[in-house]
Design a protein around this ligand. Structure first.
Ligand SMILES: [Zn+2]
Length: 230
């Protein structure tokens, strides 16, 4: 134990862990993000779960209980750096931390109080193989570590692979995701309040397609949480 602590300190001396946002070396007790950057993350502070930038994307399209996001996604800003690290640099443990931050930010709102299942937006199996993990599942694990809510990664499947959404126009994005998700175990979602989770919500077309795929399951209630909203 002591040897390992000494080894960690030595490793940190020669290969310091850096803040993902400002690149300064992290000190003990800091993970992924330094304290200064943590204090300046672009929190949305949405308190109305029915009327905010995220919920407005789904109003009149899919029925939902609550919809929100933790941070604004700012181009070249801290939240973009975090999402890139989570998605493209193999930093799955950051997803865990972001999930925990989401619980801290939304515990008071009651967002997690009635949720039965956490439902990370599924990746296509091929993409999953490429990346080695589903970033949204790691966000779910962080939420679970605090709330104890179960994670369901098998009842909703991605049946089609889509081209990247980033270069598409808004109208194209909706077409691009039509029918790509399928409830592989509708029974497991019956009469459940599920919380759909994704890292980035842009037009809401991807997470909206998930909601669309499960909205007719008897007794289901759907809530939506993004780590960032563009
Ligand atoms: Zn920093």
């Amino acid at each position: 134990m002591i040897m390992r602590m000494i080894l960690n300190d030595l490793l940190n001396l020669f290969y310091p862990r850096l803040c993902l946002v400002c690149q300064t070396p992290l000190v003990k007790g800091e993970d992924h993000i330094c304290l200064l950057c943590s204090n300046h993350l672009p929190y949305t502070y949405f308190t109305d779960m029915k009327d905010n930038r995220v919920s407005r994307l789904f109003q009149g399209k899919v029925p939902f209980v609550a919809a929100t996001a933790l941070f604004y996604f700012l181009q070249k800003g801290s939240s973009q750096k975090l999402v890139h690290s989570l998605k493209y640099h193999g930093n799955k443990k950051l997803g865990y931390e972001l999930g925990r931050l989401a619980v801290t930010a939304y515990r008071e709102s009651g967002l997690f109080d009635t949720v039965d299942l956490l439902l990370p937006v599924p990746l296509h199996p091929k993409r999953m193989k490429q990346r080695g993990y589903n970033q949204s599942e790691w966000i779910a694990r962080g939420i679970q570590s605090v709330t104890g809510i179960a994670i369901d990664t098998s009842s909703l499947s991605r049946i089609k692979r889509t081209e990247s959404q980033t270069r598409k126009q808004r109208s194209e994005r909706h077409k691009n995701v039509e029918g790509i998700f399928h409830p592989s175990n509708a029974d497991a979602l019956k009469n459940k309040h599920v919380l759909l989770l994704d890292d980035v919500i842009t037009t809401g077309s991807t997470i909206g397609a998930c909601a669309e795929a499960i909205k007719d399951i008897p007794g289901i209630r759907i809530s939506i949480l993004g780590i960032t909203v563009v």
